[in-house]
Design a protein around this ligand. Sequence first.
Ligand SMILES: Nc1ncnc2c1ncn2[C@@H]1O[C@H](COP(=O)(O)OP(=O)(O)OP(=O)(O)O)[C@@H](O)[C@H]1O
Length: 561
Amino acid sequence: MAKAIITLHETEGVSPLIAKPSHRLWTVLILLALTVILWQTSVLAVSAGIFLLLLLWCGIPIQLILGRMLLLLPFGAGAAIFIPFHTEGIKAFELFGFAATEEGLERAIVILLKLVNANLLLTYLLAVTPLFVLLRSLRSVGVPAVLLELILLMMRYFFLLREEAVSMFKAQRSRGMNFKGWLWSSRAYKRFGELMGVLFLRAYERSKRIYIAMSARGGLEGDTKMASKTDGEATVTVDARNAGGTSAEDYAGDAGAFPEFAAEVKNVTFSYGKIKALNGVSFNIPIGSKVALMGPNGAGKSTLISLLNGLELSQAGEVRLFGEVVRRDNGDRLRRRVGVVYQDPDDQIFSTSVEEDVAFGPRNLGLSADEVEERVDTALASVGMRDMKRRSPFELSYGQKRRVAIAGVLAMKPDFIILDEPMSFLDPKGRDELQALLDGMRQTGMTILIATHDVDFAAEWADHVLLLKDGKLLASGTAELLFEDDLIEEASLHLPRLARPFRLLRGAEEHRPRSVKQAAQMIWRLIVKGNDSTAAPKPDGLAEDRETKQRLAGVYKQPPY
Ligand SMILES: Nc1ncnc2c1ncn2[C@@H]1O[C@H](COP(=O)(O)OP(=O)(O)OP(=O)(O)O)[C@@H](O)[C@H]1O
């Protein structure tokens, strides 16, 4: 970190002296202007000394200061060598027949001191201000917002490219790539060319996904003011400001127009060229339900999510969202009611601070600054990230980025939220917190669909399960489906873990606990039943231990929950 010339993160242990980045920027700009104006050697020398002391006082490492001074060397050397010989005045000395003047020497020293002063000031600014924050504070000095957004977006791509390059490089090294003698090997150059090609393709794919995420949050639309919701012939027009969190009461004046389903998928087919990703899929998602979308890799889950969010249109059949058929001309508007949290948060986060990113969607809804702030605060609080709202998202851990991505969608107050593999990369506590968050969302009446491979989570959480395989719907129904042996085998899933011990007990095979609480209650009932009844279940392959059962039944006079 100490060697960094441009810092992305704030240097640890460094105190900025001036707390607000825009004040810092203004102070440095004013001091830079003074440095340009002043020509007195003594004043410049004293100011350089003071700046140096202040930098050290801030905790900026001396190595960093010296490292940046080295950058001056080419310019400094130019000034020191040529200026004395090119300035008219009293001769000071002669070298190789060229005369250096006293005025020239003084001018060279002044220019050197100006460079040192400017360099110290910039070192201070860059060391105590993350680059993204610094760029944003340029707004306060009148740099047009559009230009800054463009610079920030380009930087985002630059960092993405760098991240992709680093991860590819690591992967290649872990598979034995080494650079010994690579300078002389034509094979190495060929490999390098291939790697660069793949790197740009990956960065391109990533930028495509970011573009999709931006458009999913209304970032690339023209008119954001009004949205209309149609159901068959009836049309209800609502202000986009209220489009999120629409409830049955909003439709009270037109009870017939309130749709029963968040999504209706009828005989939908979708292909990528010759690859049929979805083939005649049909199901309905009732409003307010909790749906788990499951199936093996390549089953078509992500494709289905793109259709449910109106980002792709079905090639045959139809998709209805809240009663309205998704078409090219209404996709943007319907999408505001359907929030998608993508599997990889890096595909979704593109702003320079956590709060900016979460505010992106609400701003696109045309909300006032106060409303945007209120939504950002509430959404960040609900995912436990309010304390980090001023941080750069690129400095966060994967799990924290996931929370920011969820907050970004929650701030849009969607009626229907889709999460693609939300549990992956979360630590156990993070998973529990996410589950609590999902419960909270459910209580607000939101419809939730989660694409997941996690059978245990789906069994405990979902009301409805959709099982996909090879682009076809194998089954749809309650979470009971996850206990059907033939079905779970066909869908390449496994029996929920909680149900497995019951399978090993004779007479207990039919027990299907969906949560730890249910499992505990079932065990308790089995113990009591075993104590009283001759039809007690026996552990497979074990002798019946009557004494143990009696003891347990004595301990659990009441169900444990
Ligand atoms: N952009 C694309 N171009 C070509 N084929 C694609 C593309 N995206 C997906 N496919 C193909 O469509 C099929 C369904 O893919 P999809 O990503 O929807 O599956 P999935 O169930 O989400 O898989 P996973 O669980 O691995 O994320 C797969 O056979 C996949 O190879």
